[in-house]
Design a binder for this molecule. Structure first.
Ligand code: MN
Length: 154
């Protein structure tokens, strides 16, 4: 569980966002892996792409949003891990606080992790908007690329 950075950035007296379970709680999280994409109207509109992995939501901020078809590569900025229950979060982070602005669920569903390396993840998304095989590939520093693969999945 590595949500220390997540907690350090926020004042849970002021933001409606979840504080996150303790370690024991996180490990009780559902066995089906989930993903969520939250549209976040912060100072700059972006889409937060989150995959359940290692008891947290591994998270990337995608300024232009995840691609719905192959052939489009989107910049995805790796950000701090979020607690699993953040996947349920929709609401308004108050002005003056970290991430201030509206958060709404843009897509969600389950996913299958196909393989994983330090700098690469391949997975099949089973969302309403996002379906099929995707990759996240590390580029440099906190920058990754998110794209959909051409291969058929069903
Ligand atoms: Mn965000």
């Amino acid at each position: 569980m590595s949500i220390k950075r997540y907690r350090a950035k926020r004042d849970f007296e002021k933001t409606p966002e979840p504080k996150g379970w303790d370690v024991a709680g996180a490990q009780k999280a559902s066995k089906e892996r989930i993903f969520v994409v939250q549209k976040h109207q912060a100072s700059h509109l972006h889409y937060d792409f989150r995959l359940e992995l290692d008891g947290v939501l591994k998270s990337w901020a995608v300024p232009k949003g995840p691609p719905e078809s192959p052939g489009i590569k989107r910049l995805a900025i790796h950000v701090e891990d979020h607690p699993i229950e953040y996947a349920e979060f929709e609401g308004e982070i108050p002005a003056g606080f970290y991430g201030a602005g509206k958060v709404g669920i843009w897509d969600r569903g389950s996913y299958v992790l196909l393989w994983r390396k330090v700098d690469m993840l391949k997975f099949e998304l089973k969302g309403k908007r996002l379906k099929g095989n995707y990759m996240l590939v590390h580029s440099r520093e906190n920058q990754w690329l998110l794209f959909k693969l051409k291969e058929a999945t069903d």
